[in-house]
Write a protein that binds this ligand. Structure first.
Ligand code: NAP
Ligand code: F7E
Length: 362
């Protein structure tokens, strides 16, 4: 049951005190029944709310009765496209992963029950071009958020956006929570740091800190630079006669691609558990970039081979050849499994991009 300030009736669940020592923390699953007449809503703080996952997570949390506070970094143009439809229902605050003081100030002001750290330099290709920035934001940024939580909001539960990129040159197929990491990019290396510092804060301070090891997840809101969206957007532009060619790199890479809208539900479920832990979130299927092309082009009645051109410049210095996740722990403990198939996902993305390009042409 909820109490004032959105926390929940204490049970025997371990958490942390302001000093970082173990305490009795609240339970949510099962007893999560707000009495709207007398209780405040639980409050979530999301870093990276302007990103793909941030927008889906904000929607999900609003639908579950949360107050949502989203941190955005200062930019010279406003960047709320993915949030436009919910902007009047969330609180936007200004801060940056690079600036620990801003994180501490925001957490002190807003006193969240749950902190979702989704912000990162998340594009693998860029991580070779900006390796230091990637390390600063994607690795050290996690410590900055954890320190701020520990110092000013130690009762808050913490989610870290870990990644299947940590498995890299995979040492086991399929990859599960116990599979050793072998990252293949500065991004993957930074995520390994973020993962282990989250485990370390959990073990050092008794914090309720969990890692979601999410495999690739896509949507119509995916950034245009990622391969799935690059392809579906190009399909739409080709269909509407705006271009004829699509340059791609490695067509043989295989990924376990799911729908972002499904995956944010797994994040939320992790923070409702009595115990913090780490979970693989994946579909359990794998597909090549080549097959993604076939499906996306055929969804618009096009032949991919007439349009796709391989460009050696788009090959990566070190590649992750094969990812396929075993999400059986997430299914067993969280009751989570992917609801959207790869075929449904690509169909959805192609339809959305056809509509988007048609709309832009009007
Ligand atoms: P995304 O669309 O690239 O969003 C990244 C977010 O981080 C954006 O809101 C961005 O803000 C923000 N950000 C970047 N640097 C920041 C900084 N210095 N301070 C504050 N905010 C900053 O990524 P996503 O696909 O939603 O992924 C969410 C998280 O999950 C990321 O940590 C990513 O690495 C991880 N992940 C993603 C996948 C996947 O397949 N999508 C899989 C595993 C893990 P701007 O809008 O201002 O750029
Ligand atoms: O590449 C190949 C490329 O950039 C997928 C991020 O969300 O998921 C994402 O990282 C594959 C790679 O995603 C092009 O070489 C071929 O093998 O869509 P991507 P990613 O690198 O897997 C993980 C789990 C994350 O955590 C990351 O944040 O596609 N590929 N040709 C290409 N990739 C791109 N981007 N562009 C191409 O032209």
């Amino acid at each position: 049951m909820l109490t004032a300030r959105g926390t929940l009736t204490p049970t025997t669940r371990p958490g942390v005190t302001a000093a970082g020592a173990p305490r009795q923390a609240p339970a949510r699953v099962g007893s999560w029944r707000p009495n709207l007449l007398e209780v405040a809503r639980p409050r979530a703080f999301i870093t990276g709310i302007t990103g793909q996952d941030g927008s889906y997570l904000a929607e999900l949390l609003l639908s579950r009765g949360y107050e949502v506070v989203g941190m955005v970094r200062r930019t010279s143009t406003i960047n709320f496209e993915r949030l436009a439809h919910i902007l009047d229902r969330i609180t936007i605050v200004s801060g940056d992963l690079m600036d620990e003081a801003s994180l501490a100030r925001l957490l002190q002001q807003h006193r969240p029950d749950e902190v979702y750290n989704l912000a990162a330099q998340s594009f693998v290709h860029t991580s070779w071009e900006q390796a230091l920035l990637t390390g600063d934001a994607t690795a050290l940024g996690v410590t900055r958020v954890l320190e701020a939580v520990r110092l000013v909001a130690p009762e808050a539960r913490f989610y870290q956006a870990s990644s299947s990129e940590m498995f890299g040159k995979v040492l086991e197929v399929p990859q599960r929570e116990s599979t050793p990491f072998y990252p293949r990019s500065p991004y993957g290396v930074a995520k390994v740091y973020g993962h282990w510092i989250t485990v370390n804060y959990r073990e050092s301070y008794g914090m309720h800190a969990s890692n979601g090891i999410l495999f690739n997840h896509e949507s119509p809101r995916r950034g245009l630079e990622f391969v799935s969206r690059k392809i579906t957007h190009a399909v739409a532009r080709i269909k509407h006669g705006l271009t004829d060619k699509l340059l791609l790199g490695n067509l043989d890479a295989r990924r376990d691609w799911g729908f972002a809208g499904d995956y944010v539900d797994a994040m939320w479920r992790m923070l409702q558990q009595d115990q913090p832990d780490d979970y693989v979130v994946a579909t359990g299927t794998t597909t090549s970039v080549r097959h993604l092309c076939e499906l996306a082009f055929s969804a618009a009645d096009l032949d991919w081979q007439s349009h796709v051109v391989q460009d050696p410049q788009l090959m990566r210095p070190a590649e992750v050849d094969l990812l396929i996740g075993d999400a059986s722990k997430a299914k067993r403990v969280l009751g989570w499994e992917a609801a959207t198939s790869f075929e449904q996902l690509i169909e959805k993305m192609v339809r959305a991009d056809l509509d988007l390009v048609a709309h832009q042409l009007r």
